[in-house]
Design a binder for this molecule. Structure first.
Ligand SMILES: NC(=O)c1ccc[n+]([C@@H]2O[C@H](COP(=O)([O-])OP(=O)(O)OC[C@H]3O[C@@H](n4cnc5c(N)ncnc54)[C@H](O)[C@@H]3O)[C@@H](O)[C@H]2O)c1
Length: 358
């Protein structure tokens, strides 16, 4: 098990900000990238946190990730938008696409945003949070275009990405519902996290390069590669397929259709539907029905070994509260990879260490 650092959040933020400057990013980009990654760690999704920076560095140095890029509008019919992310930081491109989509949903009641060619959009829940903050519902179908890493149900090798699906629903006077998951049993970054921590994965998540079940995360990290499985067998596979078709073929114009090309960039296509629930229900029916359903479900007696029923979004809020108080755990392998990335970007790793207090 690798040594674990618990880094106070403001210190980690300062160290990450320093690293991100190495991409040559303008101030707003530095803030958006840093904050998005820190929030992924705070919500417990280390697979999408600061540990992504070494991969972003490789993608940037290869030319597959562009600094200081912004969305370009391909088609605009008011409540429907088609946008190109110019291979820019997903943290910036996602933010700009959602700002535009939210403004249109406020004007028209709903907006469909087709976003293609964005570099890694990271934790898709971050985009749903922007919508729920404005009282809007959002639904996101996303394809992930890099090395194929997920096997279709019934198949023995990887054919597509971890294709996340996300829904955000605001609840009056209460935290929102935030359903946000990869359609693979686990997000790909979780194999990296387990490998860096020298841990095995639970069974049923991964197959090896021969299509046999394995618990060794190395098959998700280094050649010879195996593949992740979809969650819920054929059901998760079906949702992954829909994400590839709507997020990839329709929004992104780019689907996985061949073996890995060896490039480090991760492109996401995202089809987002944003709408105002107040335009669909009269009075407070939706709110009261939603609240009474959530209360009813949460009142279920805990199953053996469980403490209580949680609603989507709750585990992330619990993580955030804990990590704000106790610091963000970053394993030493990840931290060392970040220092190497800093060096490759011409940023002094000694300053990063000092800022992080390590
Ligand atoms: N950009 C990309 O290409 C990409 C690809 C894959 C995943 N992702 C992101 O990775 C992140 C992690 O995905 P994941 O599949 O590992 O997430 P996960 O398996 O931790 O599932 C997260 C979802 O399940 C809910 N949840 C978790 N535990 C729960 C419990 N005990 N009871 C009720 N609900 C519970 C969470 O609130 C959340 O909605 C997500 O933010 C996703 O958007 C991004």
């Amino acid at each position: 098990m690798a040594e674990m650092h618990h880094i106070e959040v403001d210190r980690l933020r300062a160290a990450v900000r320093h690293l991100v400057k190495g991409f040559g990013s303008q101030d707003k980009e530095i803030e958006l990238v840093t904050e998005n990654l820190i929030q992924a760690n705070l919500t417990g999704h280390d697979s999408h946190g600061v540990g992504m920076l070494p991969r972003y560095t490789e993608a940037f140095l290869e030319g597959g990730l562009k600094a200081n890029a912004h969305i370009v509008t391909r088609m605009d019919s008011g409540a429907m938008l088609s946008l190109d992310g110019q291979a820019g930081f997903g943290q910036v491109i996602g933010h700009e696409a959602m700002e535009l989509g939210i403004a249109r949903a406020q004007e028209h009641g709903s907006c469909v945003v087709a976003l293609g060619n964005s570099h890694h959009l990271c934790r898709i829940g971050a985009w749903a949070e922007m919508a729920v903050d404005q009282g809007l519902i959002s639904v996101h179908f996303v394809n992930a275009f890099s090395r194929p890493i997920v096997a279709p149900f019934g198949g023995g090798d990887a054919r597509f990405g971890t294709n996340p699906f996300t829904v955000g629903i605001p609840m009056a006077g209460q935290p929102p519902i935030l359903l946000d998951f990869a359609t693979s049993v686990i997000a790909q970054g979780k194999t990296r996290v387990a490998h860096n921590k020298r841990e095995q994965l639970p069974s049923g998540q991964l197959i090896d390069d021969q299509g046999r079940p394995t618990t060794d995360p190395v098959y998700g990290v280094k050649a010879p590669f195996g593949a992740l499985r979809t969650f819920g067998d054929h059901k998760g596979f079906g949702l992954a397929l829909v994400c590839e078709l709507l997020g990839g073929a329709l929004a992104g114009g780019l689907t996985t259709s061949g073996p890995a090309d060896g490039k480090k960039r991760i492109l996401n296509g995202m089809l987002t539907i944003i709408f105002d629930p107040k335009k669909l229900t009269e009075g407070s029916v939706f709110e009261t029905e939603m609240q009474s359903f959530v209360e009813w479900v949460k009142a279920s007696p805990p199953a053996p070994g469980q403490d209580h029923v949680r609603i989507a979004g709750e585990p992330e809020r619990e993580h955030r509260a804990r990590r704000m108080a106790q610091g963000v755990p970053v394993d030493d392998n990840t931290w060392q990879d970040m220092l190497v990335a800093a060096q490759k970007l011409g940023v002094d790793p000694a300053v990063m260490k000092q800022l992080a207090g390590l």
